[in-house]
Unconditional design. Sequence first.
Length: 367
Amino acid sequence: MSVHTEHREPLIRLAKRDDIPRAQAWAIRAAAILLALVTGGLIIAVLGHNPIQVYASMVEGSLGKSRVLRETVKKAIPLLGAAVAIAPAFKMKFWNIGAEGQILAGGIAASYFALFWADSLPRPVLLVVMAVAGILAGGVWGLIPAAFKARWGTNETLFTLMLNYIVLGFVKYLQAGPWGPDLNANGYPKIPMFDSAALLPKALGVHIGWIIVLAVTALMFGYLKYSKQGYEIAVVGESVRTAQYAGMNVSHIIRRTMFLSGGIAGLVGFLQVSGASGTLTENTAGGIGFTAITVAWLAKLNPFVMIAIAALLAILEKGADTIQTLYTIPASAADMLTGIVLFFMLGCEFFISYRLIVRGKGERTHE
């Protein structure tokens, strides 16, 4: 007796695309940006403003003068650094959501030497010690979830996320306790500003963190593309079992890569406290570690492409700050404009990689 079964295909299903021509991919990206601008323009119009004027003000407010350009660069530095930091972990498919905490860990370690050793060490030595302390602290904070993952197979997403809140709580403790005798304008405790010896020198009007981050970006590109360790990271990311068959020590690779990832994030923490703000606060990371995930994802983990993405987001952020002042647009609406651009950019990358297949009417498969 034969059995005849009949079922419908799903109404809409996803299928991975074959490689599409580069021109088509860029056409999709251009269309996504255009749609983002149109959608944002509708919101601006609803608020009672001219979209073209507002967009022009965003560009002028982020790139128009040397002063605002320097501010935009300052916003791009930590974004690029944090994106480069998580790149090796993501390449290995270790979902490091803890860059935020690793930045803070590096900032805490660097701040210790800035606050208590500034009078004891020459300035060049002090800055090097602060940088090394930030790298080591961030690396150790990244190593903790890696060790648990390698030994017990814990979920790195939740683990790294929870570590963010622990280190943030510690920063608040330092502000209110042993490091925070000063009060800010609102009467809340804050950590004192650093001595000038603990501040990074400037180049072209911006602290030299931009040079450091660009150098790290170039080194990371070479590391991932040409080094043996970069090859091991790629193999582990493709298949842990294949890496094991090839004789690779997967646990060691996980720990080593996360120490590197956390170390670079810790370096970003040092740049933030020594270059951007001149002290440690609970906003030292300020969401950078999370936004960096978007930068890395849009760049497809290519460090050089991250430069352009980080610059674009910095322009949007600085431009959003400008229109809040000029047009009294609420902060939430200005942030929404940035979010719309990111949403469409992420969406276009999805449709470049995948296509939707809609089932035709009456379409059936038979078994």
